[in-house]
Design a binder for this molecule. Sequence first.
Ligand SMILES: Cc1cc2nc3c(=O)[nH]c(=O)nc-3n(C[C@H](O)[C@H](O)[C@H](O)COP(=O)(O)O)c2cc1C
Length: 152
Amino acid sequence: MKVLVAYYSRTNVTKKVGDEIAKSLNADVEEITTPTKYGGKLGYARAGRDAMGEKIIDLEDLKYNPSDYDLVYLGAPVWVGKAANPMISYIKQNEGKFNDVKFFATAGSQDFDKIFKQMQNYIGKSPQKTLGLTTKEVKKGEFKEKLQSFID
Ligand SMILES: Cc1cc2nc3c(=O)[nH]c(=O)nc-3n(C[C@H](O)[C@H](O)[C@H](O)COP(=O)(O)O)c2cc1C
């Protein structure tokens, strides 16, 4: 089975989870990057604004076509109670190209159901599984068990 792990990560928390999934499954990795700068204090404010408005933005060139994969893991940080808009933009840009999907997200502390519902609405299909992890769990490396049942 061909697997792709596609994620956006501003401060490498979601990236840590995505890279772990990819390593376990020997999957290809699409790290989504944007010409829009979301770093630093100004970037933080821009990120909040863009996420709130569910703004669709341009992405840097992508390496992989999701339709070449049986399963795509999609990962994003939570921004103001929404999936970070670079992920929403990625889903939009690849409309109709996804076979099976699983969603993962990281956040300071968050009810993840809303985020996954938002991603599901954009993609137009239900994920096989979802995984929400707090930033703290990820930074401390306390997510191996949850990750295992997510990728099984
Ligand atoms: C603009 C912005 C808004 C955020 N909003 C929320 C939020 O609503 N709820 C929450 O629990 N965490 C929120 N966070 C925290 C991030 O979701 C969290 O730090 C995440 O793990 C960062 O992942 P990353 O390193 O992959 O970007 C926000 C972070 C940013 C930059």
